[in-house]
Design a protein around this ligand. Sequence first.
Ligand code: SPV
Ligand code: MG
Length: 302
Amino acid sequence: MTNKAHRLADLFSRPGLDFLMGAHDALSARIAEEAGFAGLWVSGLGLSAANGLRDANELSWTQVLERVEMLADRVDIPGLVDLDTGYGDFNNVRLVMRRLARIGVGGGCIEDKLFPKTNSFVEGYQELADPAEFGGRLRAGKDVGGNDVYLVARCEAMVLGRSVAETVDRCGYYEQCGADAILVHSKSSSPDQILEFMAQWGARSRVAIVPTTYSRVPSQVFADAGVSIAIWANQSLRAAITGIEELCRSLYEQRCMVGLEDGIAGLRRVFDLTGNDELEAAKTVYDRYFPEARSSDGLVPS
Ligand code: SPV
Ligand code: MG
């Protein structure tokens, strides 16, 4: 198992509730890591929106993985990558998983809907996958990702108005098809659906939830119900939008930064987040890379 896959597995399996913080680029990932989060949710909605696109597979799977690679390179904590439906059938899942395993980010999550996906909170028609077909996608993911990708199966049944009982049946089958853990999604504003699911699911595979519409429920409620992971999927993206909007509105109106400087990060913070200190240290400590005393005549050193 790669280091990050192992650490993500540990986060899911250790007792108590842990959190994955949503990230939409390397910078938001670094900020989440610095804040203390032990793992990331690499959000499909976030990656799409950060590129001005809809969460409808408008960003191609290779574009997604290019961004995942940059993000994973900038943090030490593992990430669970939102792979939507796996971008097609079992064969697309194999391609994606092979590359995800090479990146070594930690894990991948695929959901039981059809390509091109529709965000769970978008109103209108959404189609649930046939469980047997989706099971094939999971088996393909496990066959290729093996121990290098922690595989999470996401069930959208309750989002589409299906019963808790069907959700439990589907998740049980997904577990048999090789999922290491289950993500059970709900768009209810109350936690009741999730709590009922947990009561029926019992102590089977580990469960992750996404408390977006029921975000005000104290996390202890979910810890007591046996949930392993809660995912703050899009709060960071939404905070960034609000921050940028407020600044742009004010600056457009007043045409100078009076009263605004203190409300935004200083450049020092930008340099910290991008690791400038490490580069400065490398210049002084390793004169091997950056000789202080350069030859004044520009000749090759003897
Ligand atoms: C995402 O962050 O892309 C998710 C979570 O899939 S949600 O948008 O809440 O469905
Ligand atoms: Mg998503």
